[in-house]
Design a protein around this ligand. Structure first.
Ligand code: ADP
Ligand code: MG
Length: 450
């Protein structure tokens, strides 16, 4: 029982770290961080909230996620008992209702994000899609500032970028205790800067950031179209790199596809740019089994394959499925079976595209949009009217299909993989400035995903 109770508590931490990445740090600090777990059992979790507003906020904004992470009642509601905390002193309630944005704490970084304790190298499952980036991360953690600098990790949502970033942080903190490691989200950096502008302590902030040995910056794409902040961060990067201090950056796109200044992009391309891809089926199964082990539940191999076959482009969703399944099996006191998986995951699975996207379907969709023939796209014609849509199709294939470049390019009538890569880069670049192209690509994506 104690074991299981521990799991609910853990589910709460998982819920928190999931949400933390989706809301601003101010929001997180004001609304979510003050919630305490008073008790956690097999069937329900008791939370202490500072006031009724926090309770309502939680249910209004995060019901779906609560259900995915925590035990649920038979009617599908999250099984949470709320207790309102005793006010500490008069006025305390008001303080917690009115978010405390402006506490004049002058520690240089109020928006530091602490490292997620689960995001360790030892918990990161390797497969062909992430081996390269993982070994780069391990290398950087072993010799910060002396191998690749910066290390730039890019890839889609929920594929383990933050996990690797924090793993580097843990590793350095563990083995090189003297080094100063700071992990921030790009939003956190911006908030820091806003705060210090307001408090007229920009110099202090600059000194702080420039005294670090390892700076881990998550989700740099949020810096796009925030020019002033971009300049400051770029200066910080340069200052650190010049002193051989390590920088690691994550992003949802490669540097060249971000709308940031040329200087910043050049900076980020200076070191090693590594892509983290969608894990293949075997890796997804291994990840599921590993996460199940961590939670202390047993999932038959068949069920793991069933889930991994249906949820394929996001590891976080895999975990969500697992949480739901384990909550259900605990609640009903039943072993996990394929049938149960099918039932409990039905809703999750609806959101996953049912059909696999293929090069054929991409060619068809692009041919319609550009009014050309599929056979021309596959063929060898080098006229502009054909080459361009062909490159668009290649771009989409690389973006949307989880296959090796060699395999993809052969589906384009035997083009080489460097042709495909070139097309992908070219279209990716052009996307930044070409609205028409952007719309066409969105249209193709929608068609394909429907
Ligand atoms: P991103 O930052 O790319 O959106 P995260 O690093 O937050 O993704 O990963 C989402 C979830 O998936 C995390 O719980 C993480 O532990 C898990 N995850 C992703 N990739 C792996 C992997 N290869 N092995 C184990 N867990 C993984
Ligand atoms: Mg992330």
């Amino acid at each position: 029982m104690a074991m299981l109770a521990h799991h609910s508590q853990e589910s709460w931490s998982q819920f928190l770290s999931y949400v933390e990445e989706r809301c601003s740090s101010t929001e997180f600090e004001n609304w979510l961080a003050p919630i305490k777990v008073l008790d956690a059992t097999l069937e329900e979790i008791t939370l202490e909230v500072p006031n009724i507003f926090v309770q309502e906020y939680l249910l209004d904004n995060y019901k779906r996620d609560l259900v995915a992470f925590l035990p649920t009642r038979l009617n599908g509601e999250p099984a949470i008992v709320f207790k309102i905390a005793e006010p500490k002193k008069t006025g305390a309630v008001i303080e917690t209702i009115e978010p405390i944005v402006e506490h004049i704490d002058n520690s240089a970084s109020q928006h530091e994000c602490s490292l997620n304790a689960n995001y360790l190298f030892s918990n990161f499952i390797e497969g062909p899609s992430n081996q390269f980036v993982k070994s780069a991360a391990v290398g950087v953690a072993a010799r910060p500032g002396r191998s690749y600098n910066p290390l730039f990790i890019h890839g889609g949502v929920g594929l383990g970028k933050t996990h690797l970033l924090h793993a580097i942080g843990h590793e350095v903190r563990q083995n090189q205790k003297k080094l100063r490691v700071q992990a921030i989200t790009t939003e956190g950096f911006i908030n820091d800067l806003v705060d210090s502008l307001r408090n007229k302590s920009v110099d202090k902030m600059k000194r702080f950031y420039r005294s670090l040995d390892v700076l881990l910056v998550d989700d740099i794409q949020f810096l796009q179209s925030r020019k002033n902040f971009e300049d400051e961060l770029c200066n910080t990067f340069e200052a650190l790199i010049n002193q051989n201090k390590q920088i690691v950056i994550t992003s949802d796109k490669p540097p060249g596809q971000l709308s940031l200044s040329e200087r910043m992009i050049a900076r980020m391309e200076w070191g090693l740019v590594a892509h983290i891809g969608i894990p293949d089926l075997e890796t997804r199964v291994a990840i599921l089994q590993h996460k199940a082990d961590l939670k202390g539940i047993r999932i038959p191999q068949k069920v793991a394959f069933f889930i991994a076959e249906h949820i394929f482009h996001n590891v976080r969703q895999l975990e969500g499925a697992l949480n739901r399944l384990s909550a259900y099996s605990r609640l009903m006191g039943l072993d996990v079976t394929e049938e149960m998986a099918e039932k409990t995951l039905a809703e999750l699975l609806q959101h996953v595209p049912q059909k696999r996207i293929t090069v054929d379907s991409i060619l068809k969709s692009v041919a319609t949009i550009y009014d050309v023939r599929v056979s021309d796209l596959r063929g060898t014609s080098r006229t502009k009217e054909i080459v361009f849509p062909r490159q668009v199709a290649m771009y989409l294939a690389k973006e949307m299909i989880n296959d090796s470049l060699t395999k993809l390019s052969s589906s384009f009538g035997g083009k080489t993989h460097s042709t495909l890569l070139h097309a992908w880069e070219k279209i990716g670049d052009q996307l930044k400035k070409d609205e028409m192209l952007k719309r066409n690509i969105q249209m193709a994506r929608r068609n394909l995903e429907m």
